[in-house]
Every structure is written in structure tokens, then in C-alpha cells.
Design a protein around this ligand. Structure first.
Ligand SMILES: [Zn+2]
Length: 418
């Protein structure tokens, strides 16, 4: 795996292309960028055909162990890996431990095991079982097993944080040893997981130690939305990034809100999970970024919109509410269940080229949502994924053109479209 950076701001953002991803040597992914979120290899709400009405899909598909752990025997018998099993073509496969949307209960980690929750309940994984799963799945890259509980509940004492860093390093060493001895995993990359909760000292220690190991990149865990204030998160990520080698990618887990994404990119993050469009879809909303959706990324941010919302900025300078934010409608979306859309015969977003916007209007989506039609999820998911990808594309255009500040003013301040 090669990370070719075209632009690096000292102590700040990085712009470039990730190439030769694991064994998928013909694939590349522009950074900052996001992965394709799936459950058991399928994007929620979408079939293979509807998914592929979208262009420029991320070239790395994320698979979560908790969604496949119960199929271990079948996959082991199949022998050809998950990509072939699930009919995933022309994509790299990244395997993570937990689903970013579903919070796992705390208190089930021991020195030798972590737990994941399948549909039938809790499943305890040792490094041996974790690696047997990787061997059966044959991903192109995967995170090493990690104790990432420090951001949950009462598990955040200094002592507990230190233990999580120690355990995660021990798991990584064990994973790497088995990785090197497993023929099925040759050519795949291991991402070392950086833990350390909200402790600067432990974050730096975890990053330094992980960077000493032969990993292909880094997974920054424990920074999930709701786990800490945004300013503390970016400060810690900045410190961690300072300890990591420049030529390896950094994937941030559990952060998807556009304003948080931009702040973390500025702190040195390259890759994000893309569960956010799914969360927006689940609450019956549509993403409405104030992007110039022209296909030419260079032009993406040159036309500045009017500065229109002072209130949003002051909201943002306040503290992040440390609560479950999954249900909270962010300023980047419109709530289509609102009766004001009942007779609105305009597309969700003017100029968005997705299937939903080219064929349907807000009023139809409103009708589908209030009558609980399954089609609402399909259409919204298509639109929200298209918008989220366009957001990342515009962000890269802004970084390339030295237009980050205007981009932030315009896109992050955009309130819901009336
Ligand atoms: Zn659309």
C-alpha cells in the first residue's frame, strides 16, 4: 500500500492518493476520503444494482466483524474469501471490529478477549479466533484486535486507559505474528489501532509504540462522536498524528459529521467511515450541502455563497453535547417528514445528479416517509451517499485550491434549505 501525498500542511491536513490497497493493487482512493459503509457486505437499503447507479463510489468497502462473525464456519468452508462470497467486485475490502452505528455494551473486555455482538448475542473473540476470521474473510486490510472501551461509561480512569493501550499493543503483536504465518493473508495490510482515551500522555505512547510495528496504517479509535468535546478530540488527534510516519494512512473511527470531519482532516486524518449518510437516512432526512456540484473539482468552491448563518457558528463554538447524537438532525440536512414539503415539487437538491433528484421531488419523498414506504430509505440513501461523496470531493478541491477557509464558511455554515 502506498500513500502518495501531493500536499502536506505541517501539523495539519494532507491531500493525496492511497494506491495499491492491500492485494487490490489496481485500486486507489483519494484522501481525505471515506470508505463504503456496509453491513455484511451490503449497503443498507440498497441492492447491488441500485448502489451502482451512483458514480465514484469509494474503492474500499468496509465490513464489520460483528456482522459476519456468525458465518465463520460457512466462510471457512468456502475458502475463497468474503469478496468472492458476497459478489463484491472491483473493491478493496477493509475489515473493522465494531459497527460504527451500533454501540456495543461496555464491560466485556478481558486481558485476552474482546466481544462483538452478532444477531444471536455476544461472541467473545480471542486473537486466535479473530485471526481465524481474517483468514476466512481475506480482506485487503483490517484493523488489529483492540480494547477500545475507554470512551464508554465509567471505563475512563487513567488506570483503565493505560491498560487498554497495553492490551491493544499486545493484541497487535499477536495479530502480526499470526498474520505473517498465514498464507491467506499475504499481501494484506494490518492497521494498528491507536487507543489512549482522553489522555494526551497515553495517546502519544500508543501512537509511538504502534508506529514501531510493521503496520500498513493506523486506526484512531476512541474519538467517536459524543465521546469527547471536539476541541479535545482535534488536539489529541494532532498530537497522535505528530508521532505517526507521514507515508502511512490514518483512519478515524466513529466520526462522520461533516463539521467534525473537516476539523479532524485539519488535525491530520486521511480516512473516515461513511456511516453518516445511513444515519441521516434513518431519521428520514436528506443531506443538503451548499456545494457547487460542477464536475470540475477545481471549481467546486470558487463561487462563494452569501454568509448566511451566524447562529450556526455560535452553536459550533459551544461545547459538544456528550450524548447520543444519532437522533439529532444536523444543520446539513432537511427533515422531509415536515409538512412544509407536502406540496414542494422541487428536487431534494438542485443540481444533484443522483437517481432520486433526477426522478423525484421533495413532496414524493415526504409522502413515502409519512406512509412508511420502504422506497423512502432506498431513495434517501442514494441521495445522501451522493451528497456525502460530493462533500468529500469538494473538500479535496478546496484543499487543493487553498480554499479551506471559504469552504468552511460556506459548507459548514449552511443551514437546512427552506
Ligand atoms: Zn440527490
Amino acid at each position: 500500500m502506498k500513500l502518495e501525498l501531493t500536499r502536506v500542511v505541517q501539523g495539519g491536513y494532507r491531500l493525496g492518493v492511497l494506491k495499491e490497497i492491500g492485494r487490490a493493487t489496481h485500486l486507489s482512493l483519494e484522501v481525505p476520503g471515506c470508505l463504503l459503509y456496509t453491513r455484511c457486505g451490503t449497503v443498507p437499503h440498497l441492492t447491488h444494482d441500485t448502489l451502482h447507479t451512483l458514480s465514484n463510489l469509494p474503492s474500499i468497502t468496509q465490513l464489520t466483524l460483528s456482522t459476519v462473525v456468525e458465518h465463520q464456519e460457512v466462510l471457512e468452508e468456502y475458502k475463497d474469501g468474503f469478496k468472492k462470497f458476497a459478489g463484491l467486485h472491483d473493491t478493496a475490502l477493509y475489515c473493522s471490529l465494531h459497527d460504527p452505528v451500533t454501540q456495543s455494551p461496555a464491560g466485556y473486555v478481558t486481558n485476552k478477549t474482546v466481544s462483538v455482538w452478532g444477531s444471536g448475542g455476544r461472541i467473545e473473540l480471542t486473537v486466535g479466533r479473530f485471526m481465524a476470521l481474517q483468514k476466512a474473510l481475506r480482506p485487503d486490510l483490517y484493523q488489529s484486535m483492540a480494547d477500545g472501551e475507554t470512551w464508554q461509561g465509567d471505563a475512563s480512569s487513567r488506570k483503565r486507559i493505560r491498560k487498554s493501550v497495553d492490551r491493544t499493543l499486545a493484541h497487535l503483536d499477536e495479530c502480526l505474528l499470526i498474520h505473517q504465518q498465514t498464507a491467506e493473508l499475504q499481501g494484506a495490510e494490518v492497521l494498528g489501532v491507536v487507543e489512549g482515551g482522553d489522555s494526551l500522555e497515553e495517546r502519544v505512547r500508543s501512537a509511538k509504540e504502534t508506529a514501531k510495528r510493521p503496520v500498513g496504517g493506523f486506526c484512531l479509535d476512541g474519538f467517536q462522536t459524543g465521546s469527547m468535546e471536539g476541541s479535545l478530540r482535534t488536539q489529541l488527534i494532532g498530537a497522535v498524528a505528530g508521532e505517526l510516519p507521514e507515508d502511512k494512512p490514518r483512519l478515524l473511527q466513529g466520526v462522520g459529521r461533516p463539521d467534525e470531519v473537516v476539523a479532524c482532516v485539519e488535525a491530520g486524518v486521511d480516512l473516515f467511515e461513511s456511516f453518516f449518510p445511513f444515519q441521516v437516512t434513518e431519521r428520514g432526512c436528506a443531506l443538503t450541502f451548499d456545494l457547487d456540484l460542477s464536475p470540475d473539482p477545481e471549481r467546486a468552491v470558487l463561487e462563494l455563497g452569501e454568509e448566511k448563518d451566524e447562529a450556526w457558528e455560535s452553536e459550533q463554538s459551544g461545547d459538544v453535547q456528550l450524548e447520543d447524537q444519532a437522533e439529532t438532525i444536523t444543520p446539513f440536512e432537511m427533515d422531509l417528514k415536515d409538512t412544509k414539503y407536502r406540496d414542494d415539487f422541487t428536487p431534494l437538491v438542485e443540481g444533484c445528479g443522483c437517481y432520486c433528484c433526477t426522478n423525484h421531488q421533495r413532496a414524493y419523498l415526504h409522502h413515502l416517509l409519512v406512509t412508511n414506504e420502504l422506497l423512502a430509505g432506498v431513495l434517501l440513501m442514494l441521495h445522501n451517499m451522493a451528497q456525502y461523496n460530493a462533500f468529500f470531493r469538494a473538500l479535496r478541491g478546496a484543499l487543493a485550491g487553498d480554499q479551506l477557509e471559504p469552504f468552511k464558511k460556506r459548507v459548514l455554515r449552511s443551514k437546512r434549505v427552506a
